[in-house]
Design a protein around this ligand. Structure first.
Ligand SMILES: Cc1cc2nc3c(=O)[nH]c(=O)nc-3n(C[C@H](O)[C@H](O)[C@H](O)COP(=O)(O)OP(=O)(O)OC[C@H]3O[C@@H](n4cnc5c(N)ncnc54)[C@H](O)[C@@H]3O)c2cc1C
Length: 459
């Protein structure tokens, strides 16, 4: 039985309050990763800033920690919690574009699809991620990598201001001129400092049509394809995104029958230069003998949704995200070994160039710490049958350990779970940055009310 006076909170709120036993409780507590099974004491479906303020004040008054759910896509399950109050922002998804200033204001629970649909009305885009159902909140606060990053940086690099409900239930605006330390911390420090009810981002002219698609080869050719990508990317325009993707071939007509259902290594290409010049991607199409060559002009919004079918809600996941300083012989050997042993037909590995605009940002300009030219490796074990859990988790953990052995040890926290064998939080932020973040945490959340995240302890 719920002993909390949630009727008092419900009377203050425009959105609904849900507690254990209520209809809808089970739906509301679930997140993207089906491995996560947590039971909040209270779920507050917020409909505006005032609802967030009332929820946070109620939680603090009743000594409940607060979890924040944006898009619910954290594989670590940080968008829910056991026994705390869950501030659910999924009802706060407004997007308002200023086409003259080339900025966009986005509510804290918006998805990438919400953002793209509205910015593209004006031929604009803000850098974000690669799967459209992901929340802009969690993605932006810990970095935000996607197809525009080589030209326009990470999502957090494009943040201009944020409205934040802090742990004492006050609303502050953080920007370069207002609460500047908080503004610095929000660009990479995650959901540690409060509930961001609205983000303001810079936009850039992109699309509406871009050149995109995939060229792929049998996975046995992974060493040659990775070496090719490494050399090819160096002189390409910043408007080209070219990630290697290792996956099982789907049963599509464009893939020869004998390769369907087998592991492939592809190069996922997205070129948003205004000339849409097909010569930019020609060398990829002419490399070796691809079994798939599917590159066409497509709407930017559609390209942003191409990977959605590979990432449905509710499957079981274990991920890791490792940086490699280079793609030398050792690194390519390790990647090729794991490419050849991808454990299920839902699992994916991605090899992402991390260069140009993202590494031009001064290391101390934002809390996001990794600014060296490198390669981000996303290891994603995904399965549906619970009897595969141990096998898939072990595969991904071993891949992470072996990549760390040939890598820098730096991680990308948006892609890691809480179960890692080594401390990824300090690997991501390093000691000096952690102490600056801890000072910001002490100012805005001294009792660690917002602790369901890659947690920074208050100084
Ligand atoms: C299918 C899939 C694809 C992905 N692709 C990419 C990608 O291309 N690029 C990339 O960089 N990352 C990617 N990610 C990782 C993604 O950035 C993180 O999972 C991120 O946490 C998702 O944000 P969310 O709001 O959906 O998550 P949630 O689970 O809702 O929240 C995650 C964390 O963010 C905090 N948070 C969320 N919103 C707010 C807010 N408004 N105010 C304060 N704190 C908040 C929460 O407290 C929590 O700690 C992907 C993840 C998935 C599952």
């Amino acid at each position: 039985m719920n002993q909390l006076p949630t009727d008092q909170l419900a009377a203050q709120m425009r959105g609904e309050i849900v507690v254990p036993g209520d209809p809808g409780y089970d739906d509301a507590r679930h997140v993207y990763n089906g491995m996560i099974d947590r039971r909040p004491a209270v779920i507050a479906h917020c409909r505006g800033v005032a609802d967030v303020v009332h929820s946070v004040r109620f939680a603090v008054a009743h000594d409940l920690p607060v979890a924040i759910r944006g898009g619910g896509h954290s594989v670590a399950g940080h968008g829910t919690c056991d026994d705390g109050l869950l501030v659910d922002l999924s009802g706060m998804r407004d997007v308002r574009v200023d086409p003259v200033a080339q900025t966009v204001r986005v509510s804290g629970g918006a998805t990438l699809a919400d953002l793209d649909a509205n910015t593209q009305l004006f031929g604009l885009a803000t850098p974000s991620g690669q799967v459209s159902m992901t929340g802009i909140g969690g993605l932006a606060l810990t970095g935000g990598m996607g197809m525009l990053q080589r030209r326009y940086g990470l999502t957090c690099d494009n943040l201009l201001s944020a409205d934040v409900v802090t742990a004492d239930g006050t609303v502050v605006t953080a920007s370069a001129d207002s609460h500047p330390e908080l503004f610095w911390a929000l660009r990479g420090g995650g959901g540690n400092f409060g509930v961001v009810t609205s983000f303001e981002f810079r936009c850039h002219p992109v699309g509406p049509t871009i050149l995109a698609g995939m060229v792929a080869w049998p996975v046995e050719q992974a060493p040659e394809v990775l070496a090719f990508l490494r050399d090819f990317i160096v002189d390409t325009p910043e408007e080209l995104s070219a990630d290697a993707v290792i996956q099982f071939a789907p049963p599509l007509d464009v893939i020869p029958e004998e390769h369907r259902g087998r592991r492939l290594i592809g190069i996922f290409l997205r070129y948003f230069g205004t000339d849409l010049d097909p010569e930019i991607v020609r060398p990829v199409q002419e490399f070796g003998s691809p079994v798939l060559d599917f590159i066409y002009p497509m709407p930017y919004v559609a390209v942003q949704q191409l990977l959605d079918p590979l990432n449905p809600n509710g499957n079981l996941h274990y991920w890791t995200g490792e940086y490699l300083p280079e793609l030398g012989t050792k690194q390519i050997e390790t990647l090729s070994t794991y490419a050849a042993t991808l454990p299920t037909d839902h699992s994916i590995m991605q090899v992402i160039p991390f260069d140009n605009a993202v590494t031009r940002v001064e290391p101390d300009a934002t809390a996001f710490s990794h600014r060296q030219d490198s390669w981000l490796i996303h290891v994603m074990a995904q399965w549906t049958d619970p009897t595969d859990t141990d096998r898939c988790r072990s595969w991904a953990k071993q891949a992470g350990a072996d990549l760390r052995a040939v890598g820098s040890g730096d991680s990308y926290l948006n892609l890691v779970t809480d179960e890692e064998d080594v401390d990824r939080v300090s690997a991501f932020w390093n000691e000096a940055r952690l102490s600056r973040l801890a000072a910001v945490k002490a100012q805005y959340d001294p009792n660690n009310t917002f602790r369901f995240n890659h947690n920074i302890k208050p100084a």
